[in-house]
Design a protein around this ligand. Sequence first.
Ligand code: GDP
Ligand code: ZN
Length: 315
Amino acid sequence: MKGIVTKSTGSWYTVRLENGSIIECRLKGVFRTKGIKSTNPVAVGDRVVVERDEEMKGSVITHIEDRDNYVIRKSVNLSKRSHIIAANVDQAVLIATVEQPKTLQGFIDRFLVAAEAYDIPAVIVFNKIDLYSDESIDELEFYDLMYRDIGYQVLATSAVTGDGLDDLADVLRDKVSLLSGNSGVGKSTLINAIDPKLDLKTGTISKSHKLGQHTTTFAEMFPLAMGGDIIDTPGIRSFGMVDMEDAEISHYFPEIFEISAGCKFNNCMHLNEPGCAVLKALENGDISPTRYKSYINILKGLDDENPYRVDEFAE
Ligand code: GDP
Ligand code: ZN
């Protein structure tokens, strides 16, 4: 029988079979992920073959189909292993907010870079627009123009007034969407508003995690009544960066990458090299200074572990 893994707790896997029934399975045999050292051989979104096993007195996963893609999170410990958050994802949807809480642009840009590196289309949803001050509306417009210009889809929603929910439903319909965003931005509330039957407990999954330790958290896939699935990743605000060389980082800023074709040196890092087309575009206003700043921050390795520098950048 074939199915899709919708939840994994490490030793048990929930599998949705093609006939729609849900079963709990264990793993039989040794599975390795090519190319990375991972802590979990089977991830949410994996397409698997399941068989009844008398010895194990239950259902077991006997085969994992090749993945179209997968997103990982680097383990914080020294084992250098990665945790596969999800596999076979159609798009990555970041829920952000300009207010309550404010999502920093650096956070959004790191998310976009990771999505580019995984080659997964990204969508940015600004939620809670009902709360925004005039200043925040201006900021929303700034983001909207900037990100659309680079080619990203941007939505503005309010789970309270219902604004933008039809657009969000259109984005999610019939696709497997990995949902990310800081805690409190309204991920659960939005999904419940789109599909009341799901009844995701707002905040609970992430909050119960917060009480726990910094151990592995478990993603879960939920089917949408209108078609499609969302993968919720409690406790994981964004997915991890794939390993990338410094010289590669600019490739994941589409607008920088495009313009860099005009740089004098083909190994140009767009820092202070003569004949740099990116620096010229920055001067002309063809590249957003805040995007360029995000590029520099990622290049310098400034990230969540160096929050001071990232906050500094937000000003
Ligand atoms: P999550 O941690 O991302 O799942 O966030 P929740 O869905 O738990 O929402 C966090 C808080 O924000 C809750 O109190 C929600 O009622 C509130 N909230 C969510 N969406 C909106 C919105 O569009 N407007 C307003 N004003 N509040 C919202
Ligand atoms: Zn350059």
